[in-house]
Design a protein around this ligand. Structure first.
Ligand code: PLP
Length: 451
């Protein structure tokens, strides 16, 4: 017999431990203490198998932008499953949800980003990008342009291609990453790595590493630069204001393509439809996933410029996924976008929710453990430090202070994530002011307990 959300917690945990391997998790460590079983959710609140109500300040994994429990999305999925649950778009066919979603995304995306290649996740979409930019240059008669430059501590996914594009050293240490043809430069983390430089000097210096890297590999071999407008999984690293303008200058000067990975930043997270608008980036390609469907269905994609589409459409691009443009996922994504527009959620984030969250979140810097608070729209992080003036890290193994704080938060029924000594929030965009107050109170209490 199958277990249910009402089964005893111990039974649920035991069965989980017996058969379920968790991503990015020390399996034995989790087995020893038992996974917390999340059974249902509504708005910004999760419920666990013990009946606790937990404030989800991470929107799942930065994705449940509309919050939990939106019936419209469930209804659309059920309708679409009855009408056309699956059909592919490989062999000279299309279907209504995919074509409507592609057109809607072309309308929302800035500039000449008007063409969409679908996938089921951000990882798959970045794999598409990897092959797409190399194919683009080959079709343009510059097949030697193969090297893609990205950043240490950037995150672009967990497949072999996207994990190689990413700069997570823990991932590169296992399983043969990175694949050849990818080069990394340092991240614009002023708090952690800026030393004596001002943020402005540091932002320019880190951007110029791109130019140095292009020269090192040879400008004729450089294909593209990929980056998140604001690094998410790396710890919500908000770049200094000088960073992106300098990157844009270099990208233009050397004629390489710019890929903005909008998997977290897209669909309102930064207070605009896309992080590229907030940071004033003009990308040639955007990677999308997560907030595209508010996580209700697995869907991602690449939105590419008219110029790139014209070149790629001139050949047969031997690439695609069974679920590219999946009808149910596409229909749910379209409904999600409709709700975001109809309820003016992006505008509300920009004018009301994000300014309130910023004010309250920055008040955490009064806590003795908190060095800085950085926040853009609805994604922010605090840096924990034993010495604010020196911006010092904790001496113990990296991550300990963050880990302790995260565990205190979890015990206090607040989901915040930690990356090293940074603590992150990325709540559903629909979080209320009262819920933001609760978030800050629980975070403060957890910091007190972690001290
Ligand atoms: N790109 C960015 C910026 C991400 O944050 C993520 C996931 O966190 C991905 C890509 C990978 O997306 P997925 O986990 O859907 O494959």
């Amino acid at each position: 017999t199958l277990l249910t959300p009402n089964s005893p917690t111990a039974e649920l945990q035991a069965l989980d431990a017996a058969h379920h391997m968790h991503p990015f998790t020390h399996g034995q460590g989790l087995r020893d203490k038992g996974a917390r079983v999340i059974t249902r959710a509504e708005g910004v609140w999760l419920t666990d198998s013990e009946g606790n109500r937990i404030l989800d300040a991470m929107a799942g994994l930065w994705c449940v932008n509309l919050g939990y429990g939106r019936r419209e999305l469930a209804d659309v999925a059920a309708r679409q499953m009855m009408e056309l649950p699956f059909y592919n778009t490989f062999f000279q066919t299309t279907h209504v949800p995919a074509l409507n979603l592609a057109a809607k995304l072309a309308e929302l995306a800035p500039g000449d980003l008007n063409h969409v290649f679908f996938a089921s996740s951000g990882s798959e979409a970045n794999d598409t990008n990897l092959r797409l930019v190399r194919t683009y240059w080959a079709e343009k008669g510059q097949p030697e342009r193969q090297v893609i430059i990205s950043r240490w501590n950037g995150y672009h996914g967990s497949s072999v291609g996207s994990g190689s594009l990413g700069g997570m050293k823990g991932m590169h240490a296992q399983g043969g990453l990175p694949i050849p043809g990818i080069a990394h430069i340092d991240q614009p983390d002023w708090w952690g790595e800026g030393g004596e430089m001002t943020p402005e000097e540091f932002g320019r210096a880190r951007a110029r590493q791109l130019e140095e890297k292009i020269r090192e590999i040879g400008p004729e071999k450089a294909a593209a630069f990929i980056a998140e407008p604001v690094q998410g999984a790396g710890g919500v690293i908000v770049p200094p204001e000088t960073y992106w303008p300098e990157i844009r200058r270099i990208v233009d000067e050397y004629g390489i393509l710019l890929i903005a990975d909008e998997v977290i930043c897209g669909f309102g997270r930064t207070g605009n439809w896309f992080g590229s608008q907030t940071m004033d980036i003009r990308p040639d390609i955007m990677t999308i996933a997560k907030g595209l469907s508010s996580g209700y269905q697995p869907i991602g994609g690449s939105i590419v410029s008219d110029e790139i589409a014209a070149v790629i459409n001139g050949t047969e691009f031997n690439h695609g996924y069974t679920y590219s443009g999946h009808p149910v996922a596409s229909a749910v994504a379209l409904e999600n976008l409709r709700i975001l527009e109809e309820e003016q959620i992006v505008e509300t984030v920009r004018t009301r929710t994000a300014p309130y969250l910023k004010e309250r979140f920055e008040s955490l810097t009064a806590h003795p453990l908190v060095g800085e608070a950085r926040i853009v729209g609805m994604m922010g992080s605090i840096a924990l430090t034993p010495d604010k003036a020196r911006r010092a890290p904790f001496a113990a193994e990296a991550g300990t202070a963050g880990l302790i704080t995260r565990e205190r938060c979890f015990a206090n029924n607040l989901v915040m994530r930690h990356v090293g000594d940074r603590m992150i929030v990325s709540p559903p965009l629909v979080i209320s002011q009262g819920e933001i107050d609760t978030l800050i109170e629980r975070a403060w209490q957890s910091l007190d307990e972690a001290q």
